[in-house]
Design a protein around this ligand. Structure first.
Ligand code: BES
Ligand code: MN
Ligand code: ZN
Length: 537
């Protein structure tokens, strides 16, 4: 989605739809000029008591055709401006885009000025994010613009379009066609793609920077969502590596990709042991942003890129297994975050690492009871081949810890136990550095991607004791999320490290106005808020 900032008064912006934020504690008199455009609809709605600017209140009026101002004005209530949060403002951006879809218009404007004193940079950034996130959709696996029945097969055969390259050309990742997008809105089968938005208001000039940041953050998360949405037969480890190269190109990053022979040379037996059951080769993707001082220790972001998790020999039940294409969500979030970090040129060194593999059963697959090695030299008894995420992360984390990073943050759809513990509203947060955990909680709150700490006492480590190896890869049913993190902690050497278990948050049903059902891109913006805070930008 293209975003513009305009200092034109909202009542004078030529747009098919002007959405205006109205707080309940602000006088409606300030909206007189806009109200006149739509013949006094707002004042009549207010007089009747229907519209008070309460959260969820809304009223639409129509301007005079050809008069040069807005064709429609949508007044969106947000409640008391004192208690407003950035997440509410993101929701406003989302509600505005959904209204544009209902009206079948491809562009809209958003008037924010009436938030008054509350309107600082964070709110403007959040509005930009809400608009861009809401405009995301995924229709690349359907017929395409021509709408013919062969489109599907042809698209899969030719491979998907690159979302990075598409947005480079100033186009959204997915184009409107005859296709039905994922999480289709009330707009119906041919809901239009809302392609551009203008943030309008007299103080617009001060909005350029937060809009630039919000736009970059949200496009990054949209890229993560597109990668998540792709089916496992398209989004393979080598596909993620190819996308990483495109990201590097688009954002000025260094990219390095390790294949099986390089992994062999590195002693990454844990990662290789997971890939052994598949004909798809594993990849370890490294993206480097050199925005900080020459040679300064980097921040490292690690994301689990398991492109399909069937469980291996410890096969998962069939029901819902299709969702395990999302087991690369952590990797997708890291790839997206690296795109925005490079594009914004954040003044800090950041390295993104994505270990990527499939986890399938076959005659060559690792079996329960097998003992494997790892880059750290620790031997691991594989009790359950479905606990594969910690194995591929172990080697990636150990590889990264050798760079003596200032901090490592990994994110992974790691345990079903996390969904039991925290459900779908918060990611789990664990690690070995209290300060880092605090920073990540703050970043999550800022991004509207909240997380919550779980303990990581040494006592839990005992559940990983093995009779045959240095440790085993599962610690039994109790505290499954914690024992998984405890396993990871064995491979980070002495780096400050934190782990986000996103099994319950990375995808699913949503009630957020700026998302659709399906991939959420979480925790891409959390990581970005954290890196930005670390960069002091
Ligand atoms: N990718 C799964 C975790 C997962 C489960 C993510 C549900 C999203 C939704 C992971 O690889 C896995 O299978 N974990 C096992 C570990 C167990 C065998 C110790 C689990 O949680 O069941
Ligand atoms: Mn698994
Ligand atoms: Zn998994």
């Amino acid at each position: 989605m293209r975003l513009e900032v305009s200092t034109t008064a909202p009542e004078e912006v030529a747009t098919p739809l002007m959405a205006v934020v109205v707080a309940s504690d602000r006088s409606l008199d300030e909206l007189d000029a806009l109200d006149r455009v739509v013949g006094g609809v707002l004042s009549r709605a207010a007089a009747s008591g229907d519209f008070k600017g309460r959260r969820g209140d809304r009223v639409t009026g129509y301007g005079v055709a050809g008069a040069g101002g807005p064709e429609r004005v949508l007044f969106l209530g947000v409640g008391d401006s004192e208690s407003l949060t950035a997440e509410d403002v993101r929701g406003v951006g989302g509600r505005a885009v959904r209204a544009a879809e209902r009206h079948r218009v491809e562009s809209l404007a958003l008037g924010l000025e009436h938030l008054g004193g509350a309107l600082d940079g964070r709110w403007v950034q959040a509005a930009a994010e809400g608009l861009v996130l809401a405009s995301w959709r995924f229709d690349e696996s359907r017929g395409g613009a021509s709408g013919d029945a062969d489109g599907d097969a042809r698209r899969v055969a030719n491979g998907p379009r690159s979302p990075v390259v598409e947005s480079e050309r100033g186009r959204p990742p997915a184009q409107a066609g005859s296709a039905t997008p994922v999480g289709e809105s009330a707009g119906g089968r041919d809901a239009v793609q809302v392609g551009s938005a203008t943030l309008a208001g007299a103080s617009g000039r001060q909005w350029e920077e937060p809009v630039r940041v919000g736009h970059a953050f949200a496009e990054a998360e949209n890229l993560a969502r597109t990668l998540q949405a792709r089916p496992g037969n398209v989004a393979t480890p080598s596909h993620l590596a190819a996308e990483a190269l495109r990201i590097a190109d688009a954002a000025g990053l260094e990219c390095e990709v390790l294949g099986p022979s390089e992994m062999e040379a590195e002693g990454m037996d844990a990662l290789l042991s997971v890939a052994r059951g598949s004909v798809e080769e594993p990849r370890l993707i490294v993206l480097r942003h050199l925005g900080g001082e020459n040679g300064a220790a980097p921040l490292v972001l690690v994301g689990k890129g398991l492109t399909f998790d069937a469980g291996g020999i410890s096969l998962k039940p069939a029901r819902g297994m299709e969702k395990m294409k999302y087991d690369m969500s952590g990797g997708a979030a890291v790839l997206g975050a690296m795109l925005a970090i490079g594009r914004l040129g954040l003044p800090v060194n950041v390295t993104g690492v994505v270990p990527s593999s499939e986890n399938l059963p076959s005659g060559s697959a690792t079996k329960p009871g097998d003992v494997i090695s790892s880059r750290a030299g620790k031997s691991i008894e594989v009790i359950n081949t479905d606990a594969e995420g910690r194995l591929i992360l172990a080697d990636a984390l150990h590889y990264a810890s050798e760079w003596k990073p200032t901090a490592i943050v990994d994110c992974a759809t790691l345990t079903g136990a996390c969904v039991v513990a925290l459900g779908h509203h918060r990611s789990a947060l664990l690690g070995n550095d209290e300060g880092l955990l605090d920073e990540l909680r703050t970043a999550g709150d800022r991004a509207g991607e909240p997380c919550w700490p779980l303990p990581l006492d040494a006592a839990y480590r005992r559940q990983l004791r093995s009779d045959f190896a240095d440790l085993k890869n599962v610690g039994g049913r109790p505290a499954g999320t914690i024992t998984a993190a405890s396993f990871l902690s064995e491979f980070v050497e002495d780096a400050p490290w934190a782990h986000l278990d996103i099994a319950g948050t990375a995808y699913g049903k949503t009630r957020k106005p700026y998302l659709r059902n399906g991939p959420a891109g979480i925790p891409c913006r959390l990581l970005l808020e954290w890196v930005r805070a670390r960069a002091g930008a």
